[in-house]
Design a protein around this ligand. Structure first.
Ligand code: KIV
Ligand code: ZN
Length: 514
């Protein structure tokens, strides 16, 4: 059997912390369950001391997701490590991941510490974490820009202190495959106790080389790779899990290794992330983009029809790609509905199933064909409607026309009361959003992002809207779908308002530790 490459997924930490990708606790738990189906080895579930919300979600994932190791991030500080343990201790397989920056610029300008101080802090942090668990990972942040002899000194000290995994990050995506591979080889050559730990890598994609650098590191001895679904993460993102895994699987002649990832769960994981964050991957994204397996040019289509491997190096089904198929219509029954959902990896029961089925019937009446994307949108709406929604849209009327100021009337239900407001604006949406702000007491919330798109093809396609609202340093992403794009946008706006309310309540309940 070939050597195994350990897959460490950090979508819920490095991915989720980047702007626009935030998820609520239910979504994080559901996504972690999908990572379990994907069979990743380690889930980095969050950075527990960074916020009460992060703490709660790491704790919930540690309590509810069995199988993968559940890891939390902590700076090289006792209070971070204590808080991290408080959250991950509930997992059967907890891991503490502690880090400190080792590059000159970070030590001098950010940490204002000498090399010796940083090395000592690293050692103390690892020792402290080892009091809780023997599964301790230590990272030398900004390793790719760290002086090589110094990295080796810190790595050796961290292993001596008890680190079982040493992670070498290219924090700012500065390196290239030749240089980064060489760095890993250097560490293997110069660190005397290197075989007592797993060497891991964590590459960012600022120059578009995160996956290439990670693969180069594997060729030079790294046996753990940190990566994210769809490559999301700080700035240009992290190395993409699907690209790393499929490189290893597809080029066995070049990478004589294996991962335990269940590749058929890749596409469902990618879609789930898009669904939760409202951010789609670019169509030409490797492995999971909409065009990844589309053959448009006639010459290519001809070749594929004659022999698939002329232009196809992977079978789409290997990554769980089912393609968008027209599946259901208004005559489809409950059985067909439930079984198609289950093929899409969604299980609904009880009232949730009843509500989703009647939403499907309603949609099928309005729309000739119901696509997989429509079904997923129905499930999403269903999930949003069972969230503890304080404000629910009852009615929306808009008036637009030549020589008149666009106006809107919105009726909302709030704890059994009906609130109604009318007003004008630059456009119908501006009017509706302003009314909602007034009715919900969110006058100072700022709209920081807004997108609307069609879920499928056709003029009768459902519109999907994504709204990001910010208030008191809290950001909330709201989503809404409807065959009417204005209604979809208003639902998304209200969903973001509800999420801001929940976030504000949660912030009051738990005292932040940082
Ligand atoms: O990019 C980075 O250096 C990190 C560390 C915390 C591992 O995310
Ligand atoms: Zn990172």
């Amino acid at each position: 059997m070939s050597e195994k490459i350990i897959i460490f997924d950090t979508t819920l930490r490095d991915g989720e912390q980047s702007p626009g990708f935030s998820m609520n606790i239910q979504e994080k738990i559901e996504f972690a369950q999908q990572l379990k189906r994907l069979n990743v080895d380690i889930i980095e579930a969050g950075f527990p001391i960074s916020s009460p919300g992060d703490f709660e979600s790491v704790k919930a994932i540690a309590q509810q997701v069995e199988g993968p190791q559940i890891c939390g991030l902590a700076r090289a500080l006792e209070k971070d490590i204590d808080r991290c343990w408080e959250a991950v201790q509930y997992s059967k397989r907890p891991r503490i991941h502690t880090f400190i920056a080792t590059s000159q610029v970070h030590m001098e300008k950010k940490l204002k510490k000498t090399r010796k101080e940083v090395r000592d802090l690293a050692v103390q942090a690892v020792r402290h974490a080892r009091k809780y668990t023997d599964n301790v990972e230590f990272s030398t942040e900004d390793a790719a820009r760290t002086e090589r002899e110094y990295i080796c000194e810190v790595v050796e000290a961290a292993i001596d202190a008890g680190a079982t995994t040493i992670n070498i990050p290219d924090t700012v995506g500065y390196s290239n495959p030749w240089e980064f591979g060489d760095l890993i080889a250097y560490i293997f050559e110069k660190v005397p106790n290197v075989t007592q730990a797993i060497i891991s890598v964590h590459c960012h994609n600022d120059l578009g080389l995160a996956v290439a650098n990670s693969l180069a590191a594997i060729r030079h001895g790294a046996r753990q790779v940190e990566c994210t679904i769809n490559g999301i993460g700080e700035r240009a993102g992290n190395a993409s899990l699907e690209e790393i895994v499929m490189n290893i699987k597809t080029r066995q002649d070049f990478f004589p290794f294996h991962t335990d990832v269940n590749t058929e769960q890749i596409y469902p994981a990618s879609r789930m992330l898009t669904r939760f964050t409202g951010i789609a991957v670019q169509p030409n994204k490797a492995i999971v983009g909409a065009n990844a397996f589309a053959h448009e040019a006639g010459i290519h289509q001809d070749g594929v029809l004659k022999e698939r491997t002329t232009y196809e190096i992977m079978r789409p089904s290997t990554v769980g790609w089912t393609g968008s198929s027209m599946v259901l219509g208004k005559h489809s029954g409950r059985h067909a509905f439930v079984s198609r959902l289950s093929e899409l990896g969604v299980t609904l029961e009880g009232q949730a199933l009843e509500n989703a089925f009647s939403a499907f019937k309603e949609l099928a009446d309005r729309k000739k064909t119901v696509f997989d994307e429509d079904l997923i949108a129905i499930v999403d709406e269903q999930t949003r409607s069972v969230e503890q929604a304080r404000f629910v849209l009852q009615d929306l009327f808009i008036k637009i026309g030549p020589d008149m100021k666009p106006s809107a009337t919105v009726r909302i239900q709030a704890n059994g009361d009906s609130l109604e407001g009318s007003g004008t604006g630059d456009g119908a949406l501006d009017a509706a959003f302003s009314i909602i702000k007034q009715l919900t007491g969110m006058q100072d919330a700022v709209l920081v992002d807004y997108h609307v798109g069609a879920i499928t093809v056709g003029t009768d396609a459902q519109g999907s809207a994504r709204v990001v609202l910010k208030k008191d340093n809290q950001e909330a992403v709201g989503r809404g779908t409807d065959t009417d794009v204005i209604r979809a946008s208003v639902k998304a706006f209200l969903n973001a308002v509800n999420r801001l309310c929940t976030a504000a309540e949660r912030a009051k309940e738990v005292t932040p530790s940082v």
